[in-house]
Write a protein that binds this ligand. Structure first.
Ligand SMILES: CC(C)(COP(=O)(O)OP(=O)(O)OC[C@H]1O[C@@H](n2cnc3c(N)ncnc32)[C@H](O)[C@@H]1OP(=O)(O)O)[C@@H](O)C(=O)NCCC(=O)NCCS
Length: 209
């Protein structure tokens, strides 16, 4: 990735977060409380910080340490949200996990699936990763659409897996490996070659919501 320009498809750009994004991101986070809160990572002991300056500093330190790729998603030049590749494990795993959010006014424009495809393709072809995972609460229909569109494979139910919105929440895990997408995630989607049932949750794992 060219760090100055990032990656682009149409009106959607994915680039590394910068210190000077703090103000815009903080504004979006605070203006979208009810939209984001049900899906936001929290910590079991202590409060979540909205200090974006500090948060970006930590993300960039993790990036320099090789632990993650912290991106911002832009739509027509405006900051729309964040996409974080986190939990990078090297060695015999070469895997990572993606998390994301967009502000409500940017929802439904295909920004997130496009950005997830760009990030996963970069991770597989440029950053030496082999497996990308996305974990989603069963209640999060919009996020489940993202993995359905891109054909991430359903891999299982993880009970009380991530601390979200103040408690340990069950999650569905989805993943792709490099062999699943020889032509790339974005190209496979744009060419209409996504296997339709890859992300389908089997009846035995469907939770009563
Ligand atoms: C989940 C999320 C990132 C999806 O991003 P996006 O860029 O809107 O993705 P898409 O444009 O592909 O839309 C996905 C689905 O969202 C739903 N959606 C679309 N517009 C919407 C709106 N204005 N409000 C609510 N949901 C909407 C639709 O079901 C859509 O699927 P469709 O395209 O088949 O109709 C976004 O909804 C979000 O940020 N939600 C809050 C934070 C969150 O849930 N993060 C993910 C945690 S795993």
């Amino acid at each position: 990735m060219d760090q100055a320009t990032g990656m682009r498809h149409g009106s959607i750009e994915l680039r590394l977060v910068r210190s000077r994004d703090a103000r815009a991101l903080q504004h979006e986070l605070l203006a979208n409380r009810s939209w984001l809160q049900p899906w936001e990572a929290t910590v079991p002991y202590g409060a979540v910080s909205f200090d974006m300056r500090l948060s970006i500093r930590r993300l960039l330190q993790q990036y320099r340490d090789g632990g993650g790729y912290p991106f911002v998603m832009e739509y027509e030049g405006e900051v729309a949200g964040q996409l974080n590749v986190w939990g990078v494990a090297r060695g015999s795993l070469c895997s990572a996990t993606i998390g994301y959010w967009v502000s409500e006014r940017f929802a439904g424009k295909g920004i997130t699936p496009t950005a997830v495809a760009l990030a996963t393709d970069a991770c597989f072809t440029e950053y030496g990763l082999h497996r990308m995972e996305i974990c989603i609460r069963p209640e999060n229909a919009a996020s489940l659409r993202v993995v359905q569109k891109l054909g991430f494979r359903y891999e299982g139910l993880r009970r009380r897996y991530i601390h979200i919105d103040g408690d340990w929440r069950d999650h569905y895990a989805f993943a792709l490996t490099r062999e699943d997408v020889p032509q790339g995630v974005l190209a496979r989607w744009l060419n209409g070659q996504v296997p339709p049932d890859a992300a389908t949750v089997p009846p035995s794992d469907r939770l009563a919501l």
